[in-house]
Design a protein around this ligand. Structure first.
Ligand code: KIV
Length: 317
């Protein structure tokens, strides 16, 4: 993608997402939690932005996503909205914002919509959260589900582990996905699953199935901004790709050829990290659209005997 902005003409909507699924056009999705990087995502023409509760870690420095509060998420989401006024933004419901009751779920989802200007919200959990998710959908708020590795409840399945690798795990994820679709979600994010089981779910569900670390057979990809740009030091999942090395030469050539535009001192100066970020994020978009990312390199492998066993599931078609 060229450094020139590739602005979308219209904000993504759920009809377009459905059409993209039908036509096999992958959805591009990235997290952003602040004004400058949301701005870059919009300049690139990203299909969707997630203000993830991962922002609690990568942006605010907590060790897990547990401490981040609804008030903090609203600050992050407002900043992202200011940077990307014309992009479909999803606010991620933090732990504690939706589990206690249907009323909590609706009230906090409304905060993302009314205070931060988000277009939709996301909640983790399948059947056990379906009534809260249905309450949000029934209130007329677009809600996305999140299955597979769900960080807020990771300790209940023994930590940060790949999901969907056994028949039981596949069956449970499949049943959860169907329950979420019935509850009224407009899409489901699958996190950390091998391509084939994730692809089965994408094939059989009507709503778009997005993936993060869920291989290349789903309907679109989500990445964490701080992984793409190498901005977060403590941890990077191995399915995450940092694009900086691939665009470093392009960036240095660009700088060498850059004219000095200083005249009044107030011109836009495209000579810094935002340009590098734009190149890296642009490359991510390009690779998702031409289906070269995630490929095998950034997908979880599954052994032939494990896959054979999963294929015996009554849900496998
Ligand atoms: O908070 C987030 O960014 C997420 C991803 C880790 C899937 O929910």
């Amino acid at each position: 993608m060229s450094i020139k902005s590739a602005l979308r003409k219209n904000k993504t909507n759920i009809l377009e997402l459905k059409k993209m699924k039908k036509d096999g056009v992958p959805v591009t999705w990235i997290t952003a939690y602040d004004y400058p990087l949301a701005y870059v995502a919009e300049q690139i023409g990203m299909d969707m932005i997630l203000v993830g509760d991962s922002g609690g870690m990568v942006q605010l420095g907590y060790q897990t996503t547990h401490p981040v509060t609804m008030d903090e998420m609203i600050v992050l989401a407002k900043a992202a909205r200011r940077g990307a006024p014309n992009t479909f933004i999803i606010g991620d419901m933090p732990q504690g914002a939706y589990e206690p009751s249907e009323r909590d779920a609706v009230m906090n989802a409304l905060r993302f919509i009314k205070e931060a200007g988000c277009d939709a919200v996301k909640c983790e959990g399948g059947r056990r959260m379906a009534s809260k998710i249905k309450a949000i959908a029934d209130a007329g708020i677009l809600v996305m589900g999140h299955l597979g590795l769900t960080p807020q409840s990771a300790s209940s399945f023994g930590g940060y582990r790949v999901q969907g690798k056994t028949k039981q795990s596949f069956d449970e994820t499949f049943e959860d996905a169907v329950a979420l679709q019935e509850a009224g979600v407009f899409g489901i994010l699958l996190e950390a699953m091998p391509s084939e089981p994730a692809g089965q779910i994408a094939k059989q569900l009507e709503v778009p199935i997005l993936g993060i670390g869920a291989g290349d057979q789903v309907d679109g990809q989500l990445v964490i901004m701080h992984d793409v740009l190498g901005l977060y030091q403590p941890f990077r999942p191995w399915f995450a790709k940092c694009y900086i090395a691939e665009v470093a030469k392009q960036f240095s050539d660009y700088l060498i050829n850059l004219e000095d535009h200083r005249k009044t001192g107030r011109e836009e100066r495209k000579d810094g990290l935002l340009v590098l970020a734009q190149m890296a994020i642009g490359k991510y978009v390009e690779e998702v659209k031409d289906k070269s990312f995630p490929g095998e390199t950034y997908s979880y492998p599954i052994k032939a005997d494990e896959l054979k066993h999963i294929k015996e599931s009554k849900y496998w078609k």
